[in-house]
Design a protein around this ligand. Structure first.
Ligand SMILES: Nc1nc2c(c(=O)[nH]1)N[C@H]1C(S)=C(S)[C@@H](COP(=O)(O)O)O[C@H]1N2
Ligand SMILES: [Mo]
Length: 230
């Protein structure tokens, strides 16, 4: 397929996804939206405002399950499957050929630290979704890491424009301890929803719980509502 044709297809599918999830996304307004319910990034007017119970840090702590998998770019694969029209297993070059986006967003860890204004580069989840074309039946995703991690996210949250699969932080490759070569970020949700060392995204027709969600953490995880535990 021609590059321009591929891009046209992504743009068209993205518009359809937006139309399909518009109402659901409005039900969970967030700080990245035009009229957010919370008071965060876009409408914190540059003020270092954090959700309740969070403390600002300038450091970037590392949280993992005790292993930091080492994945070289030539062995790296991303499986995107489940309730999609076009399941794929991407190699690194194919992933990097998807439209790339820059963004600055906040990071809220449920262990109570927040780090603001983090500068990322990567692929919007929305664009990856547009590429694989979720079926009408798809409602949630499960993201898996190269460690034994998994975490579930609803599609209306995952499709928000600041949800990125990032490979670059502050203009440098994402360090391994933070999930390099590729991790997801979910700025509107607690940071455990963003899988480090992401290996697979499964589109699901109903919600299922991931690693921390099975251990009592919230399925939805909205920091601006102090939504930590289920
Ligand atoms: N694969 C994987 N992803 C993960 C985790 C993990 O242990 N494994 N920890 C999560 C948690 S609890 C948080 S707060 C963030 C931490 O990201 P950081 O270590 O880059 O700060 O990654 C999330 N993603
Ligand atoms: Mo966390």
């Amino acid at each position: 397929m021609e590059e321009s044709e591929k891009l046209d297809r992504i743009v068209e599918a993205r518009m359809k996804l937006k139309a399909r999830f518009e109402n659901k996304m409005k039900l969970t307004p967030s700080v990245a939206d035009d009229k957010p319910m919370g008071y965060g990034n876009l409408n914190r007017h540059g003020m270092p405002v954090t959700p309740v119970g969070q403390t600002l840090t300038t450091k970037w702590p590392v949280l993992d399950l005790g292993t930091q998998p080492d994945i070289s770019l030539d062995k790296w694969r991303l499986i995107v499957d489940g309730e999609v029209e076009n399941p794929v297993t991407l190699i690194w070059k194919e992933f990097m050929d998807l439209p790339q986006s820059d963004d600055v967003s906040d990071f809220h860890c449920v262990t109570t630290w927040s780090k603001l204004n983090m500068k990322w580069k990567g692929v919007r989840f929305m664009d990856l979704a547009a590429f694989v074309q979720p079926k009408e039946t798809a409602t949630h995703i499960m993201c898996y890491g190269y460690d034994d991690y998994s975490t579930n996210v609803s599609l209306e949250e995952a499709l928000k424009p600041d949800v990125l699969l990032v490979h670059t932080y502050n203009d440098a490759p994402l360090p391994k301890e933070h999930g390099g070569p590729l991790r997801m970020i979910t700025p509107q949700l607690y940071a455990w929803k963003g899988s480090k060392w992401i290996s697979r995204i499964e589109f699901m027709k109903k919600n299922r719980l991931g690693f921390w969600e099975e251990r009592g953490y919230s399925s939805t995880a909205y920091p601006w509502r102090n939504d930590r535990y289920s």
